[in-house]
Design a protein around this ligand. Structure first.
Ligand code: HEM
Length: 465
């Protein structure tokens, strides 16, 4: 295995998996795979998980940990399993085994009663309730309102830069000043966007963002007891709030209450479990990443500044290069074999989206951040992706050799559980990217990363210009 020396993470090569020389596929050291997954929670990996993810992928497309978990690493396998209905979501039965008494935890109850914990007809019924409000066309209708929110937040951010204590006085351009982009923009925009979508009072966005942060940890890979306790407390707060809040009559919450008056619990699960857990921290990270990536690659920032037509492709590339969700879990519903590993019914698997996105077999020069990678013209735009419940997914991607289908980023998953919020997220990232380039000439950024193995998030992100 050619271990790469990428990034700045001081990861320990000795702790990473290596195939035994001369042995065939599927033959690797399970203890090293376990250690590498553990390593993903380290401070170095939170900053840059890719050396470890790359090492895992280079050790084989399908690995097994010492504890018996299967780990899919290549783009081909991760993509295939995401689309394969015989690999189901982690269900209540599996949870019984790993977190006894989980039913007493409101956060885990919400997750298992939501889209993220369901399959089959129950999943389809829940999904139908939200999907209409989040189609590309529905999200486009929100554009003017979201553009107004983004303008307001970015203007406030630039004002904060100008007012920063280390600014020269007067300093109309805010040159040399620094402010926390995470706190002032990235953590607020998803909350404000979801308040707009659901018809919730804007003034509640701070409270909702705090709930979302704690709840998201319940969906982490191996959450601590303290995290589960904090998530449960927030789940109770959120449940009470959603039952009683006065929502705007034209918002999604009022629509859900009209559509399913006898299923208030479903609604709480939908809004609380899926949208809050799935849509909040993920989007917050992706917005912070706009700042972080354009600071790391100023030449690429300049390309987008010169050619605003590249904005959509740049958004896709950011989400490929640093996906906010590094992995998702599945369990097998049929016995079989995967990459030389035996699969029994109930076998859990971790699908490493983060490793798949740097797979050279899927993306040429995957370590190269290229804002034109998904550019229309070299790409097939509008190619039918995995439509689900009436939603078409237009895909951007550079066409492969001799007209082969373009590689597909798996940022938002694939198949029956394809993210319902992807159009909303893309629009938010696009508006922030364009708005920042318009307002600021150049900047540097320093992020502090929050704990987490598979969900990436900043706890602060200082932008200095
Ligand atoms: C950068 C932002 C986002 C990322 C990276 C992301 C990623 C994902 C991924 C990978 C999945 C599939 C999970 C699986 O297969 O196990 C998913 C599902 C989901 N996402 Fe997102 N998401 C984002 C934003 C959003 C937003 C803004 C919303 C809500 C408005 C949202 C709502 C959902 C829901 C409801 C599901 C479950 C869909 C289902 O199971 O049918 N997500 N997301």
């Amino acid at each position: 295995m050619a271990l790469r020396t990428l990034g700045t993470a001081p990861w320990k090569a000795a702790s990473l998996p290596r195939p035994r020389s001369g042995d065939g596929p599927g033959d690797h050291d399970p203890a090293a795979v376990s250690r590498a997954l553990f390593e993903l929670g380290s401070a170095a990996c939170r900053r840059d998980p890719h050396p470890v993810l790359n090492a895992l992928r280079e050790a084989g497309p399908v690995l097994r940990t010492r504890e018996g978990l299967l780990v899919a690493t290549s783009h081909a396998v991760v993509s295939r399993l995401l689309a394969d209905p015989s690999w189901a979501m982690i269900d209540a039965g599996w949870r019984d085994g790993v977190t006894p008494g989980w039913q007493d935890n409101g956060a885990l109850r919400i997750i298992h009663g939501s889209l993220l914990g369901l399959d089959g007809p129950d999943h389809a019924r829940h999904r139908r309730l939200t999907i209409g409000a989040l189609t590309r066309a529905a999200v486009e209708r929100l554009r003017p309102r979201l553009a107004g929110i983004v303008d307001r937040l970015l203007d406030e951010f630039v004002d904060a830069l100008r007012a920063a204590p280390n600014s020269a006085d007067p300093n109309p351009a805010g040159v040399g000043a620094a402010a926390d982009f995470h706190r002032l923009v990235a953590a607020r925009l998803p909350a404000l966007a979801l308040c707009a979508l659901f018809g919730l009072p804007e003034s509640d966005h701070g409270f909702l963002a705090a709930c979302a942060r704690e709840l998201a940890y319940a969906h982490e890979f191996g959450p601590s007891r303290a995290q589960l306790r904090a998530a449960a407390e927030q789940a109770d707060v959120l449940t009470r709030y959603l039952r009683t809040v006065q929502a705007a009559p034209d918002g999604l919450l009022a629509e859900l209450r009209r559509q399913a008056p006898d299923h208030l619990d479903d609604i709480v699960g939908l809004v609380g479990g899926t949208v809050v857990v799935a849509g909040w921290e993920t989007t917050t990270f992706s917005l912070g990443d706009v700042v972080s990536l354009l600071a790391r690659f100023p030449d690429q920032a300049e390309r987008v500044r010169q050619d605003p037509y590249l904005v959509r492709s740049a958004v896709e590339e950011m989400l490929r290069f640093e996906p906010p969700v590094l992995a998702v879990m599945r369990r097998a519903t049929a016995a079989g074999e995967l990459g030389g590993e035996e699969v029994a019914v109930g076998q859990p698997a971790l699908l490493l989206i983060g490793a798949a996105h740097r797979d050279p077999a899927a993306f040429p020069e995957p370590e190269y951040f290229d804002v034109s990678r998904f550019e229309a013209g070299r790409a097939e735009v509008g190619r039918a992706g995995v439509g689900h419940a009436g939603v078409g997914h237009a895909e951007l991607g550079r066409a492969g050799a001799e007209g082969a289908p373009p590689p597909r980023a798996l940022t938002f998953g694939r198949g029956a559980h394809l993210c319902v919020g992807m159009h909303l997220n893309r629009l938010e990232v696009e508006l922030v990217l364009a708005g920042l380039l318009e307002r600021l000439p150049v900047w540097s950024a320093e992020g502090v990363y929050a704990p987490g193995r598979i969900l990436r998030s900043f706890s602060s992100l200082t932008l200095r210009c």
